[in-house]
Structures are given as structure tokens and as C-alpha cells.
Ligand binder design. Structure first.
Ligand code: NAG
Ligand code: NAG
Ligand code: NAG
Ligand code: NAG
Ligand code: NAG
Ligand code: NAG
Ligand code: NAG
Length: 561
């Protein structure tokens, strides 16, 4: 991987921000607008080449999808009560002017997957008579910027629009200028590279904006205060910056997954953000210190002409995060080599954190280093993740997780350490409080992870860590409910290894360990219901197994002698 330098990144970013004013948006499903009891009349897959005549004039809901209809002629449909019409998956290319004149009540029209890039002028005039339309789907029609503009002409009550799978390249302020009632807009999978200022700002009711799978590179100036869900997944976004204006943002869900982010997004200071999807980016490729100071100075430059600067007064830009009610953050498949605890510790509501598939090796927790020489660092209170319950660290190179760090997770319930190189400590070697001294030698790769005395931990996954021995009392005073020890080939469970789990453990996997009977020593596990021993060399079950109220026993592939 080419390691970008902070300076080049910043100059690129400033360049981008001086050139463009990009915005954001998101998507949501377009639900039924009515609770009409009436079932739709279905004429799907009937090989129809035209709208049949003689349909019940009282029809309110008609589904003609998946036929071969090419043309709707000017005679019209003759269905004055129709509210919903589905014509998706036909070959529609000619809608004569007047075709929709007698369905003026129509509220939902689905024209997905037709050929509406033909005859745009007359087709759009036909749609022009639908003044009550609230939901329109014209996805997958090969439409370009100009065509979409025509189809959206005078749609003043339109609320839900789907433009997925067309050929839009540039969104302009003109596009939605006559559709000010819009609540959800989905423009996935187009070729959008630019969004003009004013495209979405005027849509005061817009809640859901989906721009996933386009070609956006920067969001330099996020200003959509009204939007709750913004999906920018699968673009090529390198920066997401909000230019602070002191007004609160409604944003609750932000999906920036599968982009090229190097920084955490600079989200609005006051927001409602609860779900942040950042998986598959390059966050963490820069050292944390560099990251924070670069983000800081960038932010200062960007806000230099704004009135509101207090965000950066004494602290770094991510200290804004303290105001954020975030509960879920997915950072899997990024480039972290160390845990950005300073930044994450602002997230006091965070319940689920996914850091799987990064490059973490050592999570120590060094209070002395907690400040790293920044202005306004926070020595007090200590850095913690007070609400964290689900922590996914699967598939890193982890060898070390310090006791102090685990103590900084006072509510941890589920810890996934699958596919790492964690070695559980032998409690006999742990020297009480002095074990914490080891924090200062992160280079000591022989160090182990202590799983004792983690009172809130219920689910621990240690699959595939190359563990050789589980010593006596490894999980003492850690009341695990489930424990996965699978794929630790040739591991030996010393007598007393599972001591302390007798009344809590309900699920245990030791599958794929090539274990022999003598390597397996189980205490009387009174709560154990599920035991997976597949793929071992255990010929007789330990007698203590009779203690357990097993409901599921996988003994497959045990090579019986
Ligand atoms: C539609 O046409 C195909 C092929 O001509 C035929 O197999 C199928 O049965 C027809 N379906 C109906 C509902 O008529
Ligand atoms: C625009 O729509 C309104 C009703 O929503 C209608 O009264 C008006 O005539 C339309 N204007 C044009 C130019 O079609
Ligand atoms: C965003 O869009 C992508 C691509 O369609 C989808 O997979 C993902 O689930 C969406 N994210 C959210 C939060 O809805
Ligand atoms: C974390 O991300 C990985 C990879 O994307 C996924 O397989 C896993 O289910 C996620 N974990 C949680 C707790 O969501
Ligand atoms: C690593 O730790 C072990 C015991 O935990 C100690 O004996 C050894 O000296 C340490 N090595 C270094 C380089 O700190
Ligand atoms: C499995 O254990 C047997 C001895 O019990 C050993 O000979 C063999 O090499 C082990 N297999 C693997 C894959 O470690
Ligand atoms: C036991 O573990 C193996 C390997 O991890 C898995 O394939 C199998 O489905 C598990 N059995 C049960 C009953 O969960």
C-alpha cells in the first residue's frame, strides 16, 4: 500500500474544497402510501403486449409488470379510480400524450426497467398530467441528466423517487426545483461525479438520500440539515467534511462504507448520528497523532471564514464526537495498526464496535501516552468505552490486549478474537497488580492476555489463535456463557482450565482441535447445553459430561478407535 502523507492529502482536500461544493444524500424504501385493503389486480407474466381493455373501472391498484407492453396509446387506460399502477419490467418506450389523462388520481407509478430513454419529450408530457403523483420509480431506464429533468417536471407533490441504475452524471439545482415535497430519493448505481450546491438544500422534507454506487470523490461541504439517512456507500470518497454553521443536523445513519476515506468523517457538531458505517476504507493508514493534528488544522482552515469556530477552540476536531449519540460503528476492513482510543473514547454511547480485519497487534493502554503532547489532551478522566458491549476484533494480528485496556471496557459482553494470535495467560504467572507494568513494554511479544476477572464478559471467541495450552483458572471470575476454542490445533485443556465456568457456561466449541481424550479435561458444567467436539481424536467422552443438560452434541468426525 502506498502510504499517503498528511500534507499531500491536505493539499488535495483543500483543492477539492475550493473547486466543488458537493453534497450528500441517502435512500429508503418507498412504502405503500395507502392502507387500502384492496388487493392489487395482478396481470403479471401474462405475455401482454398492451394494456388490456375492459378492466373494471373501479380498479384502484393494477400490476402489469413483466409483460411486453411497448406503447400506451392516447386513448388512455379508462381507469379513473386507479391509485397505483405498476408497469415495471415491460418494454415501454412510447407513452402517448394523454395516455394518463384519465388516471388523474394516480399516486404511485412504477415504471422501472423499461426503455424510457426513448421519446423523452412526449413521454414526459404524458407524465405531466399526473399532478397527484407521490411515488415514482423510473429506475433502470437508461436515462441521462436531461431526460430525468424532463420526467421530473412539475412533480410538486412527489415524495418518493427512485432513479437507480440510470446514467446520471451531474446533479444540478434545477433537477428537483419543481419537486419540493420530496422525502426520499434513491439514485444508486449511476455515474454521478458532482453535485451542485442547491440540489438538495431546498428539499426541506428530505429524510432519506441514497447515492450509493456512484463516482463521488469528495464531500467537502455537507449541509443537509434535514436528512436522517445518507447512503454514500461504494463511491470513491476520500473526504467527508461538514462546514459548521451552528445549526443542528438531523443525521442519524451515515453509510460511507466501501470508499477511500483516510480520515474519520468530519460530521456535524450537533447531530443525531447513531449508526456510522465506515467498513472497507483506509482509515488508520495515517498514524493517529498525525491524523488528529492534520484533521485539526484542516478543520481550522475550512472554518476560517465561518462564524462558528468553537469546535476547534481547545480541543481536536473529534472532540465534537462527545455530543454524538453513536451506538454503532463499523470500522472493519480498514488500516488500523493501533487502536485510536483517544478518538473513540469520546463516544460514550457506543455499544457495538467492529474493528475486524484491521492490522492491530497490540492493544495496550498506556495512560502516560494518553496525551501524546496535544494541546487540550484529556488526562482526566481516564479513557474508557463506557457503553461498549459488542467488540469485534476478528482477524487482526492481535497478541496483546492489556488488562488495563480490558478494564476500560466496563460493560463488555461479547469479545470476538477469532483469528488472532492471542495466548491466554497462566494465572500462576500473573503477579497481581504488577502485571499492569507490562504495558510499558509493548515490544514484549511473549506477553499474554488475561481473561480473568472480566465480570461482564459473556461471550468469548478464541477460535483459531494457535493456542497451545489453557491453564488452570484461565477464566476465573469471568462468567462466560459461551466459549469458542475451535481450530486451536493440538490445544491442551489442563485440568481446571474451565474452572469457574461450572454454573454459567452454556455453549462450548472445541471442534477442529485434533485433541485426544487426555488433552480434554472438563469440570462438571451444570449449564452446558451445546458442545461441539467435531473433528478431534477424542474416543471417550469425559465422565463429567453427565453433569451437563446437553441438548446438542456435535461429535461428528470424531475418529473413534
Ligand atoms: C407466455 O409465452 C411463453 C412463450 O411463448 C409461454 O411459454 C408461456 O406459457 C406464456 N405465458 C402465458 C401466461 O400465456
Ligand atoms: C403543475 O402542476 C399543477 C398541480 O400540481 C398544475 O395546476 C399546473 O397546471 C402544472 N403546470 C404545468 C406547467 O404543467
Ligand atoms: C447503502 O446502500 C448499499 C448499496 O445498496 C446497501 O448495501 C446498504 O445496506 C445501504 N446502507 C444502509 C445503512 O442502508
Ligand atoms: C464485523 O465485520 C465483519 C466483516 O465485515 C463481519 O463479518 C462481522 O459480522 C461484523 N461483526 C459484527 C458484530 O457486526
Ligand atoms: C517479556 O516478558 C517476560 C515475562 O513476562 C520477561 O521475562 C522478559 O524479560 C520480557 N522481555 C522484554 C524484552 O521486556
Ligand atoms: C494430530 O494429533 C496426532 C497425535 O495425536 C499427531 O500425530 C498429528 O500430527 C496431529 N495432526 C495435526 C494436523 O496437528
Ligand atoms: C461444530 O463446529 C464445526 C466447525 O467449526 C461446524 O462446522 C459445525 O457446524 C458445528 N456443529 C454444530 C452443531 O454447530
Amino acid at each position: 500500500m502506498i502510504r499517503p502523507t498528511a500534507t499531500t492529502i491536505r493539499s488535495l482536500l483543500l483543492l477539492c474544497c475550493s473547486l466543488s461544493h458537493s453534497l450528500i444524500q441517502l435512500n429508503t424504501g418507498t412504502g405503500r402510501l395507502h392502507d387500502d385493503q384492496q388487493e392489487p389486480t395482478s396481470l403479471r407474466f401474462k405475455n401482454l403486449s398492451s394494456v388490456p381493455e375492459g378492466l373494471d373501472v373501479r380498479l384502484r391498484d393494477l400490476d402489469l409488470s413483466n409483460n411486453f407492453i411497448r406503447h400506451i396509446n392516447s386513448q388512455g387506460l379508462g381507469l379513473p379510480s386507479l391509485l397505483r399502477l405498476t408497469l415495471s419490467y415491460n418494454q415501454l418506450e412510447i407513452i402517448s400524450e394523454g395516455a394518463f389523462r384519465d388516471v388523474a388520481q394516480l399516486q404511485e407509478l412504477n415504471l422501472a426497467r423499461n426503455a424510457l430513454s426513448h421519446n423523452v419529450d412526449s413521454n414526459s408530457r404524458a407524465l405531466g398530467s399526473l399532478h397527484r403523483l407521490r411515488s415514482l420509480d423510473i429506475s433502470m431506464n437508461g436515462l441521462d441528466d436531461k431526460a430525468v429533468e424532463l420526467y421530473l417536471h412539475n412533480k410538486s407533490v412527489l415524495e418518493h423517487l427512485d432513479l437507480t441504475g440510470n446514467g446520471l452524471t451531474r446533479l444540478t439545482a434545477k433537477l428537483f426545483a419543481e419537486s419540493l415535497s420530496m422525502r426520499s430519493i434513491r439514485i444508486e448505481n449511476n455515474l454521478i461525479t458532482a453535485i451542485e450546491e442547491g440540489t438538495f438544500e431546498t428539499l426541506k422534507k428530505l429524510k432519506t438520500l441514497n447515492l450509493a454506487r456512484n463516482n463521488l470523490v469528495y464531500i467537502c461541504d455537507f449541509k443537509l440539515h434535514q436528512v436522517k439517512l445518507l447512503n454514500l456507500s461504494r463511491n470513491s470518497i476520500e473526504f467527508f467534511v461538514t462546514r459548521e454553521d451552528g445549526h443542528p443536523y438531523e443525521l442519524e445513519i451515515l453509510d460511507l462504507s466501501y470508499n477511500n476515506l483516510l480520515y474519520f468523517p468530519m460530521v456535524p457538531k450537533t447531530n443525531q448520528l447513531r449508526y456510522l458505517h465506515l467498513q472497507s476504507n483506509m482509515v488508520g493508514a495515517l498514524e493517529t497523532d498525525t491524523l488528529i493534528s492534520e484533521a485539526d488544522s484542516l478543520y481550522r482552515e475550512l472554518t476560517s471564514d465561518d462564524k462558528v469556530k468553537d469546535a476547534v477552540e481547545n480541543n481536536n476536531v473529534y472532540s465534537n464526537w462527545r455530543l454524538m449519540p453513536l451506538v454503532y460503528m463499523d470500522l472493519s476492513s480498514n488500516h488500523f495498526r493501533s487502536l485510536p482510543l483517544e478518538t473513540l473514547s469520546h463516544l460514550t454511547s457506543l455499544v457495538t464496535l467492529n474493528l475486524s480485519k484491521n492490522c492491530l497487534q497490540d492493544i495496550s493502554y498506556n495512560t502516560a501516552k494518553g496525551c501524546s503532547g496535544h494541546v487540550g489532551c484529556y488526562r482526566q478522566p481516564p479513557l474508557t468505552l463506557p457503553s461498549l458491549r459488542y467488540f469485534d476484533l476478528q482477524n487482526n494480528g492481535l497478541r496483546q490486549l492489556s488488562t488495563l485496556f480490558l478494564e476500560a471496557l466496563p460493560n463488555i459482553e461479547t469479545l470476538n478474537l477469532k483469528e488472532n494470535s492471542v495466548r491466554p495467560c497462566d494465572p500462576k504467572d500473573q503477579l497481581g497488580p504488577s502485571e499492569t507494568m507490562r504495558e510499558n513494554s509493548p515490544t514484549n511479544m511473549s506477553s499474554c492476555v488475561s481473561f480473568r476477572n472480566i465480570k461482564t464478559l459473556r461471550h468469548l471467541d478464541l477460535q483459531d489463535n494457535g493456542i497451545k495450552t489453557l491453564h488452570q483458572n484461565t477464566f476465573e471470575r469471568t462468567p462466560l456463557v459461551s466459549l469458542n476454542l475451535a481450530s486451536n490445533v493440538d490445544v491442551i485443556l489442563n485440568s481446571g482450565a474451565l474452572e469457574g465456568l461450572q454454573s454459567s457456561l452454556q455453549s462450548l466449541s472445541i471442534s477442529g482441535n485434533n485433541m485426544t481424550t487426555s488433552a480434554l479435561s472438563l469440570p462438571c458444567l451444570k449449564a452446558l447445553r451445546r458442545l461441539n467436539m467435531s473433528d478431534n481424536n477424542v474416543d471417550v467422552l469425559p465422565s463429567t459430561i453427565s453433569c451437563s443438560p446437553l441438548t446438542e452434541l456435535d461429535w461428528q468426525l470424531i475418529q473413534l478407535l
